[in-house]
Design a protein around this ligand. Structure first.
Ligand code: UD1
Ligand code: CA
Length: 496
């Protein structure tokens, strides 16, 4: 069993700093731990891949790590999660300026065991400082990592950890300090002795280790209660070796909040959501009700844009200067250019809306919709994989799919491009200045050439030459006196 008593045998003060380790010359590696099962999430998705404002949770820890410009970065994954985490982080790994590699922790035998997998991946030739981060604290800021690394270097510690004070230590590991005030041990919740519950300083899951401390990771013993190797035990091992240690309160409880279940995920996401909206407001974006909008981390909004309540901006979306986004709009992976207006309750996916264009209310732009400048898309209009030319209008009840619509075209109410014949999709080409009368169908493949007119109610099955009129409806016949004669016939039947 692990000794449960307080480590009175630890030195009362830290040993003197080693003379070597010139600041600025150290190389740094970052290790992000993501090999755990995350069972408390009660979800089939690996814990660290749960999205927080549109980004996998682990991407936040990874981005904070990247800010340190480490020479090496190792992400520890588990057997069940290895491929999924690798795939999800591929875009981040591609963008990163440092080498990112993945270490497989074959069995989830605890955070100490996870670090051992990372040490193997780093190899014997790496001899710099190693920054270790849990993968499950998305609120961590890059500045906090820098601060800990700085203090670690300044104090010439062999091991430093980020700690914070909390009124509700919950499941965090408690930091025990020796009589000299130096950190001596971390005790996990399940191993707390009577009285230790009162300890309000807890371990954040952020550490910096020098080689002389890192090598002790192999000496961590299995925790008999949890049957895991606790990384946190490395502190006591380091102190036993007479190494210098520091626990630095480098950030607040909010920033270090770990995500272990869906409730904590919701809380962390709310904080990031608030940070995003505050950041944008400071840059000149006006939110009518900031607490009601949902904006992903990857979204860019230019100053002067006005965002009404209950707007959702997701993925890689950009909103230009002076745009107005009215209530209940959801925009995913799209570009809304300067001065465009998106009216109420519209859904825009993978599309582009040009300068001063107007979309909505109740419009649906599906992937590949390109609305050029000053065009107008109105009520209950669905557009897919189509270009709508400059100044063109489709204001009511239409489906435009796989079409090229020229500039200044007027698409009447109820126009439908019949783009699918049950087997393949076909294109409709509508030239500049065309007028499509209401309730027309354009049976693709078909072209209505420049300046042509399509009469209301026409089913266009053949190309319409430029400047001509296409009309395919049955000629109207008026039956004179029909209503009176009908009524007379009905009266005669009743009289019988
Ligand atoms: C851990 C710390 C605790 C600290 C808290 C801060 C330990 C033993 N405890 O507890 O002192 O207060 O973080 O949030 O380290 N992981 C692996 N492989 C494993 C197990 C976990 O890579 O076998 C990864 C997880 O994916 C996760 C991180 O390590 O990203 C932390 O693991 P978790 O189980 O969440 O630890 P906590 O119980 O929160
Ligand atoms: Ca955790």
């Amino acid at each position: 069993m692990r000794p449960r008593k307080r480590p009175v045998s630890s030195p009362a003060v830290n040993p003197p700093p080693p003379a070597i380790r010139a600041p600025g010359t150290r190389t740094t590696a970052c290790v992000v731990l993501a090999g755990g099962l995350g069972t408390r999430m009660k979800s089939a998705l690996p814990k660290v891949l749960h999205a927080v404002c549109g980004r996998p949770m682990i991407a936040y820890a990874l981005e904070a790590a990247m800010a340190l410009k480490p020479q090496r970065t190792v992400i520890v994954t588990g057997r069940q999660t290895h491929e999924q985490i690798k795939d999800a982080l591929a875009p981040y790994a591609d963008r990163a300026k440092t080498e990112i590699s993945f270490a497989l922790q074959v069995k989830p035998l605890g955070t100490g065991h996870a670090l051992l997998a990372a040490v193997k991946e780093l190899g014997d030739d790496f001899s710099g400082s190693v920054v270790v981060l849990n993968g499950d604290f998305p609120l961590i800021k890059p500045a906090t990592l820098k601060r800990l690394l700085l203090l670690h270097g300044k104090n010439r510690n062999s091991i430093s950890l980020g700690s914070f004070m909390t009124e509700d230590p919950g499941s965090y590991g408690r930091v025990l300090r020796d009589p000299g005030g130096m950190p001596a041990r971390i005790i996990e919740k399940t191993d707390l002795a009577a009285g230790d519950e009162e300890i309000k300083e807890v371990n954040s899951g952020l550490y910096v280790l020098e080689p002389e401390a890192l090598k002790l990771v192999g000496d961590i013993r299995l925790n008999p209660r949890k049957k895991e190797y606790y990384l946190t035990d490395i502190l006591a091992l380091a102190r036993r070796e007479g190494l210098r240690a520091g626990a630095c309160r480098v950030a607040s409880e909010e920033e270090f909040a770990g995500v272990n279940d869906l409730r904590e995920l919701g809380l962390a996401e709310a904080v990031i959501r608030r940070r995003i909206v505050c950041g944008l407001s400071e840059k000149g974006v006006r939110f009518i009700a900031p607490e009601t909008v949902f904006i992903d981390s990857g979204v860019k909004i230019s100053p002067g844009a006005l965002i009404y309540p209950n707007v959702h901006l997701q993925g890689v979306t950009a909103v230009g200067k002076g745009c107005i986004i009215y209530p209940n709009v959801r925009i995913i992976d799209s570009v809304i250019r300067e001065g465009a207006v998106i009216l109420d309750s519209s859904l825009i996916e993978n599309s582009e809306v040009g300068e001063k264009a107007q979309v909505g209310p109740f419009s649906h732009l599906r992937p590949g919709a390109r609305i050029k400048s000053s065009a107008k898309i109105g009520n209950f209009v669905e557009i897919k994989n189509s270009t709508i030319g400059e100044g063109a209008k489709a204001m009511h009840l239409s489906y435009i799919g796989d079409a090229s619509v020229g500039s200044s075209v007027n698409i009447g109410a109820g126009t439908i491009t019949c783009n699918y014949d049950g087997v393949s999709k076909h294109r409709t080409v509508i030239g500049d200045g065309v007028f499509i009368g209401s309730d027309s169908q354009l049976v693709a493949p078909v072209a209505v050439k420049k300046g042509a007119y399509v009469a209301a109610g026409t089913t266009v099955t053949e190309d319409v030459p430029a400047g001509s009129l296409a009309i395919s409806r049955v000629r109207q016949k008026n039956v004179m006196g029909y209503v009176g004669k009908r009524k007379a016939r009905a009266r005669a039947r009743e009289d019988k």
